[in-house]
Design a protein around this ligand. Sequence first.
Ligand code: NAD
Ligand code: DAU
Length: 332
Amino acid sequence: MSKILVTGGAGFIGSNFVHLALKDRPDWQITVIDKLGYAGNKASLDDVLDKIEFVKADICDQSAIDELVKNHDHVVHFAAESHNDNSLHSPWPFVESNLIGTFRILDAVRIHGKKLHHISTDEVYGDLELDDPSKFTPETPYNPSSPYSSTKAGSDLLVRAWVRSFGVHATISNCSNNYGPRQHVEKFIPRQITEILEGRRPKLYGTGENVRDWIHVDDHNRAVIDIMEKGKSGETYLIGADGEKNNKDVIEMILENMGQDPSAYDHVNDRPGHDLRYAIDNTKLVAELGWQPVYTDFESGLKATIDWYKANEAWWRPTKEATEAKYKELGR
Ligand code: NAD
Ligand code: DAU
C-alpha cells in the first residue's frame, strides 16, 4: 500500500485528483493537507472524508510538513495560489505559498528520502502569437508574464535544483487550462456559467481572441498518476489534450448550451499583460508514458460541467458574491 500526501487537496484539481485516485487506485492511502484558503473548499471532499485523512495546515508550516512528509511515500504537490487576476493586485501570497511552500516541501522530501510530484502550469513558458503554429515543448525557455506564473516558474526551478544538487526523487508536470467540476467561480468557465445562472451576462476580457488549450481535469489527473508511477526522476512532462479555443468561442458555446443568445455577453476591461495563446505539445507524455485523453469532445465535457454547476448551487453559492465584489473593484 502506498501512502500518498496530496497538498492542496481541497482545491479544484487536487479534490478531483482525490476522487479519481480513490476510484482508480483503491490500494492508496491518501492524506490531504490544505490550509482552506479562499479557494479551498472542504465540501469538495465531503463525500470521501471517511476514506481519507484531512489535515488543515499551511504548507509553509515547517513542522507540520516535516511530520506529514515523514509518514508518507509520495507527495503530489497541488497547493498554490492559482489565479492570475489576484496575483496582479496582491502578489505576496503567491510568493509565500508557491515559492516558500514548495521550498518547505522539497526540504522535507530531501531529509526523509521521499518522492515528489510537482504540479505546474504551461504559463511558465509565457505566451505564443495567435498566428504562430508552434506549441510549448519541454525545451521551450521559461518566460513567465504574471506574478502567478513567475512564482510557479520559480517553484519548478527549485524542484530541478533539489533533484540535481541533492538527488531528490522528483518529477514535474506543466499542464494547460483545466475545466470540470469543483472549480472556483473566479475562473473563466465557472464564472460565466454561474453569471448566467444568476440571470446576468458573461464577461469577456478585451476582444476575446486569447486562446487557451483546454483539458478536462480528469485527463490531467490521469496523466499525473501515470507520471507518479512511470515517470523518471528529474523529468518534466507537458500535459495537454489539443484543446485550443479562443475565449469568445467558449463564451458563445456556454451561452448556447444554456439556451441563451450566443451574443448576450459584455466586453470588460482586459487583464494587464494578458497572455495571448497557450498550446501544449504532449508528444513526450504520449510516447513515453502511453497517456491518452478520454475527454476528446470539449463541448460534451463543457455540457457536463454546466450540469454540475446547475446541480451543485450549494457548493458555489457561498463564494459567488465575494468573487464578483472583487471583480467589480477591477472593473471586470
Ligand atoms: P485552486 O486555487 O483551486 O486550489 C489550490 C488549493 O491549494 C486550495 O485548496 C488552497 O486552499 C490550497 N493552498 C494554497 N496555498 C496553500 C498553502 N500555503 N498551504 C496549504 N494549502 C494551500 O487551484 P487549482 O486550479 O486546483 O490548481 C492546483 C495546482 O495546479 C496549482 O499548483 C496550479 O498552479 C496548477 N495548475 C492549475 C491549472 C488550472 O487550469 N487550474 C492548470 C495547470 C496547473
Ligand atoms: O494555463 C494554465 C493556467 O490556467 C493555470 O496555471 C492557472 O492556475 C489557471 O487559473 C488558468 O489561468 P488563466 O489565466 O488562463 O485562467 P482564467 O480562468 O483566469 O482565464 C482564462 C481566460 O479567460 C483568460 O484568457 C482570461 C479570460 N477571462 C477570464 C475571466 C475570469 C475572461 O475573458 N473573462 C473572465 O471573466
